[in-house]
Every structure is written in C-alpha cells, then in structure tokens.
Design a protein around this ligand. Structure first.
Ligand code: ADP
Ligand code: ADP
Length: 230
C-alpha cells in the first residue's frame, strides 16, 4: 500500500552564477498500485524528480509525501523506495546473490535464512536463479538488468522508481522485458514511477502518463488521452 504525493516540488541547481531550475513546482499524486510513466525531452527534469523522491537529491522547495507522511528529510535507505537505474549500478566485485541481498543485510535485521529465501524466490521469479553465484561482469545486459530489478524487488518496497531501465537493451530484449515488467507489476502491484523516452513503453505500460517539459508538468493523462488527442 503506498500513495506518493509531490506538492509543488522544486529543484534548483546553483552552478557558480547560474541558477538551473531543473524541476519547477511539480504537483502530482500517484495512487496505490499505479504505474505512472514520466516522459519528456532530455534535460526536462525527469531524473532529478526521481532522485528527489528516492532521497538521492535534496529538495529545494515543496513537499514529498509517502502514505501521507512527509519524507523530505528521511534518509534514502529509510524511505522504503527502491530505484532501478539505466546503468544497472551493480557491484562488480559481488556475486548476483550478494548484489541482491546486500541492501537487506545493510538496512534490516532480517535473519540470513529469510534473506536467502527471499533472494531465491525473487531470482526464480526473474529467471536468474542459475546465475546467483556469477559476477555481473559475466552476465549479458539483459541478465544484469534482471539482477538490478531483483535487487529492487527483493526489498519489497512501497514504491519502485525506474529511470529508463530498458534503454541499454537491444530492441528484442527491450520488448521482452517490457512484457515481463508488466507481468511483475500486475503480480506485485507496487506503486511505480517509470521514466522513459520510449513512446511504446509509455503507451503500453502506464496507467497514466506524466509529460514534463522544461521542469514543469505539462499534462497527466491516460495513454489514450495523451496520444490520441484529435
Ligand atoms: P532528464 O532526466 O529529463 O534528462 P535531468 O533531471 O537529468 O533531466 O536534468 C534536468 C536539468 O537539470 C538539466 O538542465 C540538467 O543539466 C540539470 N542538472 C541535472 N543534474 C544536475 C546537477 N547535478 N548539477 C547541475 N545541473 C544539473
Ligand atoms: P539522465 O539524462 O539520465 O538524467 P544525465 O547524463 O543527464 O542522465 O545525468 C547523469 C549525472 O550527471 C546525474 O548524476 C546528474 O546529476 C549529473 N548531471 C547532469 N547534468 C548536469 C549538469 N549540468 N551539471 C552537473 N551535473 C550534471
């Protein structure tokens, strides 16, 4: 169960004499279990918005709420929000199993046996159970992306944030992973914010689409409304 609310959220970067308003007063409410796709041109503030929700970037102004609680000052690891990056960001020296269990070991007092069982179940679900003892460098891009997803899923977070998670994959794999992500979303029902520049992903995956431009929210609409306007 998780609703996520952005209330006039703003991010200003100060670069010597330049003020860059990366996110400009965005207000947006994401329902429990909703899959929201965020689209917009490069540099419009998509990643900055996600990073603020994840707690990886400070918020200049405005409020972010998770289930009604203000999380502006909650540390990233305490937010119950998992982020998947375009670059996978796996630890190269750790095995797949290590990558998937690390977060749980660090931020919970879950017993090792339960961590192992969760990692096993998640690996089965993502079809990477046979890779648990490998290192990321020995895996294909698609396999690495599954591990990155697994690392997020295994934490059983309230919210998934995904920043162009499929854009490093070739077209065939991308379409396969798209289908798989939809299946996972239906199965897990986790509130998801998914950034992409791929129109097919936006049209087929989202319950709603948020269109950003120059740091501002232009429109929030269903795929049908967003792409089939007269
Ligand atoms: P998108 O994800 O839509 O491509 P970003 O959120 O990465 O957009 O960037 C939004 C704007 O903020 C851009 O103008 C970008 O150059 C700027 N920006 C992003 N990160 C930083 C940073 N760490 N320092 C300064 N400016 C940044
Ligand atoms: P994306 O388009 O996926 O946001 P970017 O290449 O824009 O990726 O950003 C990658 C990293 O570079 C981010 O950590 C962001 O904060 C940083 N960054 C982006 N734009 C700037 C900028 N103008 N000045 C400083 N850092 C930036």
């Amino acid at each position: 169960m998780a609703t996520l609310e952005l209330d006039t959220v703003t991010k200003v970067y100060q670069e010597s004499d330049d003020r860059i308003v990366a996110v400009d007063g965005i207000s947006l409410s994401i329902d429990d279990g909703e899959f929201l796709v965020v689209v917009g041109p490069s540099g419009c503030g998509k990643s900055t918005m996600l990073r603020m929700v994840a707690g990886l970037e400070s918020i200049t102004d405005g409020v972010i709420r998770l289930d009604g609680q203000v999380i502006n000052n909650v540390k990233s690891q305490d937010r119950d929000i998992a982020m998947v990056f375009q670059s996978y960001a796996l630890y190269p020296h750790m095995t797949v199993e290590g990558n998937m269990s690390f977060g749980l070991e660090e931020s919970t007092d879950m017993p090792d046996s339960e961590i192992a069982s969760r990692v096993g179940d998640t690996a089965e679900m993502l079809d990477i159970a046979e890779l648990l003892n490998r290192k990321p460098g020995e895996l294909s891009g698609g396999q690495q992306q599954r591990v990155a997803l697994g690392r997020a899923i295994v934490r059983d977070p309230k919210v998934f944030l995904m920043d162009e998670p499929l854009s490093n994959l070739d077209a065939k794999l991308r379409s396969q992973m798209r289908t798989e992500l939809q299946r996972l979303q239906e199965e897990l029902g986790v509130t998801t914010v998914y950034v992409t520049h791929d129109q097919t992903e936006a049209m087929t995956m989202g319950d709603r689409i948020a269109i950003l431009n120059d740091g501002e929210l232009q429109q929030v609409a269903t795929p049908l409304e967003a792409y089939h306007e007269p």
